[in-house]
Write a protein that binds this ligand. Structure first.
Ligand code: MD6
Ligand code: FE
Length: 203
């Protein structure tokens, strides 16, 4: 198989269509099992605002947010340990970012038709030299890429099902967010919506 040519936008590397339809469907099947153990929850910010995405995690630690603030912790808000990161995702990480340490956390975000994600940096991880890799599944999403500080000019790109994106090196702390999803743009998830998986080295 030919390697996917990478597209780089402000240092963020995008591998279009990195997962074919069969690989996407297999990943969705493993996520269905995973959410039986670690159901989606709707996080609340420290200020008490409900986020519009629903979240869960896999791995030794998962990212949570509640009135006490946000952090990585070893348990789901309901008390159980997080399930293991699916093997296919660990294999993908090794292929895409072979120089990185193994990931210990996979954040799983679900976007329904109205959900979005405000501009943010991923900076809660202990070693910011390690990249973050994301996988998009389901409906298309408009991904906005900003700068190393808040504000300034931004560039937007549609992420499609099967796309893999890496934020590492000088782009590790670039501000980014999701403005909106395009309902009905993918048939991968029968009920529609979008899943985004981000693999991290959190500790
Ligand atoms: C999303 N992604 O695609 C949101 N973070 O729904 C992220 O916030 C993200 O795609 C770090 C690295 C890659 C990402
Ligand atoms: Fe992020």
């Amino acid at each position: 198989m030919e390697p996917t040519p990478a597209l780089t936008i402000r240092g963020v590397v995008l591998y279009r269509d990195r997962l074919d339809t069969a690989a996407q469907a297999a990943l969705v099947a493993s996520l269905r099992e995973l959410v039986q153990v670690a159901p989606f929850f709707r996080p609340v910010t420290a200020r008490g605002q409900q986020m519009s995405v629903r979240m869960t995690s896999a791995g030794a630690v998962g990212w949570v947010s509640d009135r006490a603030g946000y952090r990585y912790q070893e348990r789901h808000p309901a008390g159980q340990a997080w399930p293991d990161i699916p093997e296919s995702l660990l294999a993908l990480w090794k292929q895409v970012v072979p120089e990185a340490r193994p990931p210990d956390s996979c954040l799983i975000n679900f976007y329904d038709a109205g959900a979005r994600m405000g501009m943010h940096q991923d900076r809660d991880e202990a070693d910011l030299e390690q990249p973050v890799m994301s996988v998009s599944l389901g409906d298309d999403a408009l991904f906005r890429i900003g700068n190393l500080t808040r504000g300034g000019r931004t560039e937007s790109i549609w992420l499609n099902s099967g796309d893999v994106l890496v934020m590492g090196g000088a782009a590790r702390l670039v501000y980014h967010g999701i403005d909106r999803v395009r309902p009905g743009s993918s048939s991968l998830l029968p009920q529609g919506g979008r899943l985004n998986l981000t693999l991290r080295v959190a500790r």
